[in-house]
Write a protein that binds this ligand. Structure first.
Ligand code: NAP
Length: 261
């Protein structure tokens, strides 16, 4: 891995996988721009880095704020090497009990919030003929389970968008990577939305038994360095992806009875 002096922008950098990605890139000598809504948390994370950082607080669902931040990042660093669209929001509710506003919110944060930075920075990457765009999807971007309909839809949408983008931008020498984590120990289940839009506020059993966020971040850096187009990272739950691809009928029968909170 050689990220020495590279410029990396990470959304969702105030906690969980994004926070661990900031530390992992900084340890590799990269300069890092950090975005999320909670400025004090971003300052805490940036303060623990040994390389140059820039804190750019924003809500990823606000395209004008994202555009302004991307301009400020280009101003400060001159260019961007790696963009990591990581900010995300979970869900814990049955489709029949989910208010449409929750499905819209999940799409706003997990889909639109993960393409706004890309749209803002693509022209500068194309002009420079260099850049790597990463989207943090999920195993749920490749399959569906109960209780995650809106979340899985938003993550599946990322695959459609970024697979098309990859096919378009190879001629400009740009790389596109989709990362599909399984269970990772973060606060995502606590902040996940219930059907009425309130926060779930519980640390799921699956979440608490997931891989540590720093291990996930190290794997993500390795995958990016290797130029992988798509990969899963996590535990045994990642086997769900080949299971569904190879035995879709059996998978469908299995997943309806799987224990999912
Ligand atoms: N943990 C897992 O098991 C798992 C599995 C598969 C995929 N993922 C994906 O990994 C990514 C990171 O999640 P995590 O597990 O690290 O959860 P997390 O600890 O809850 O982190 C989510 C991050 O997204 C930011 N965020 C949420 N809404 C935002 C908004 N509207 N604007 C800007 N930033 C926003 C949060 O910061 P603020 O609250 O400060 O804005 C936070 O930094 C997500 O895309 C998630 O879907 C996680």
């Amino acid at each position: 891995m050689n990220f020495q002096n590279k410029v990396v922008w990470i959304t969702g950098a105030s906690s969980g996988i994004g926070e661990s990605l900031v530390y992992a890139f900084s340890k590799q000598g990269a300069r890092v721009a950090l975005s999320a809504r909670r400025e004090e948390e971003l300052n805490r994370v940036a303060g623990a880095c040994s390389t140059e950082t820039m804190v750019a607080p924003l809500d990823v669902t606000d395209f004008e704020a994202v555009r302004a931040a991307s301009e400020a990042i280009l101003q400060q660093f001159g260019h961007l090497d790696v963009l990591i669209n990581n900010a995300g929001l979970g869900q814990r509710s049955l489709a029949e009990e989910t208010d449409l506003s929750v499905e819209r919110r999940l799409m706003e944060v997990n889909f639109f919030g993960a393409i706004y930075p890309t749209k803002a920075l693509l022209p500068s990457m194309i002009a420079r003929r260099e850049g790597h765009i990463v989207a943090v999807s999920s195993v749920l971007g490749k399959l569906g389970t109960p209780m995650r309909s809106g979340y899985a839809a938003s993550k599946h949408a990322l695959h459609g968008y970024y697979d098309c983008l990859r096919a378009e931008v190879w001629k400009h020498n740009l790389k596109v990577t989709l990362v599909c984590p399984g269970w990772v120990q973060t606060n995502i289940s606590r902040f996940a939305l219930k059907g009425d839009g309130s926060e779930y506020q519980i640390m799921d059993e699956g979440q608490s038994k997931g891989i540590p966020a720093d291990l996930c971040a190290e794997g993500i850096l390795r995958g990016i360095a290797q130029g992988k187009e798509e990969f899963t990272i996590g535990g045994i739950e990642c086997l769900g992806v080949p299971f569904k691809r190879l035995l879709p009928g059996l998978f469908s029968k299995y997943i309806r009875k799987a224990k999912v909170t």
